[in-house]
Design a protein around this ligand. Structure first.
Ligand code: SAM
Length: 278
């Protein structure tokens, strides 16, 4: 049963970290001429209106992108903020991009986007949004299976975003299995794997899984609103980054204290770890 709708969470602090890393990585990877495949295993609706009922109901964006809009920000956010300014040309923050829109704006004519989304409503929204963009192919099928099906890409260059809802705990194992399958087929690809910190042990299991499978050049970045707790609910979120741009960890290290200060000045926290070397 698919109950998750990303529209309730669009622009929250987890989206901001995920999308700033995605946008900066895309900017870096498109500085070479060769075509790039962007593979989004769990694409969502593509973009979100922050004034719509679902976004307003939780108003999570107010504690995320709302805290950054109009502020001086570190350079690592420049590509994401450029996408946001294009979407909000009148100046007020009304629209927030999903990962497909971030990618579509930063990719070039020679690149390709493959978007997977199972929810019928979000799938329809994706189809409508990208129907005229010939670089984009939208599929209503299991995004986990796409790693095996599409890797390695003909162009030998790919950025893979794995961003499931983690509605049940089996998702953690499924993410690990699918990413390792993709990595085995295509170890030089760049992979961004989002995770929530609800139960820390599940994240630690993923770290052990990646390490014991021999994944190289693996990094972990995290931003949180408060300390881990045994209570239910997400306190932090992060990304595993395999083969990120070599400049990115340094940029994140410089930017995270400021971001944490803007988003969660009292109890917030961040971490950046290199889990395995190249
Ligand atoms: N990546 C999006 C972004 O950053 O804007 C957000 C994606 S949201 C966290 C996760 C999405 O995955 C939901 O829209 C959900 O319907 C979809 N989904 C869940 N299971 C899936 C599966 N096995 N394959 C493809 N999509 C799935």
């Amino acid at each position: 049963m698919l109950s998750y709708r990303h529209a309730y969470h669009a622009g929250n602090y987890a989206d901001v970290l995920k999308h700033l890393v995605l946008a900066r990585t895309l900017e870096y990877m498109t500085s070479k001429d060769k075509p790039l495949l962007y593979l989004d295993t769990h694409a969502g609706a593509g973009g979100y209106h922050l004034g719509a009922a679902m976004a307003k109901k939780t108003a999570e964006f107010e504690e995320g992108i709302g805290r950054l809009w109009g502020q001086p920000l570190p350079d690592v956010l420049t590509p994401l903020m450029a996408v946001l300014r294009t979407m909000n040309a009148k100046g007020a923050l009304e629209h927030y991009p999903g990962s497909p829109l971030v990618a579509a704006q930063l990719l070039r004519s020679q690149d390709a986007l493959r978007l997977f989304e199972l929810h019928p409503s979000d799938h329809r929204l994706l189809i409508e949004r990208f129907s005229r963009d010939r670089r984009v192919r939208v599929e209503r099928s299991d995004g986990f299976a796409s790693l095996k099906a599409l890797l390695p890409p003909a162009s030998k260059r790919a950025l893979v975003l794995v961003d499931p809802p983690y509605e049940n705990k089996g998702d953690y194992r499924q993410v690990l299995k699918a990413v390792l399958e993709g990595y085995k087929r295509f170890p030089t690809g760049t992979y961004l794997v989002w995770y929530p910190v609800v139960v820390r042990a599940r994240v630690d299991d993923m770290v052990r899984g990646f390490k014991s499978a021999g994944v190289r050049n693996l990094w972990q970045v995290e931003l949180g609103l408060g300390p881990d707790t045994p209570d239910f609910g997400m306190t932090s979120s992060g990304l595993f980054m395999i083969n990120p741009p070599w400049t990115l960890p340094g940029e994140l290290k410089d930017a995270l204290p400021l971001l944490q200060n803007l988003i969660a000045p009292e109890q917030g926290r961040w971490q950046l770890n290199q889990l395995t070397g190249e």
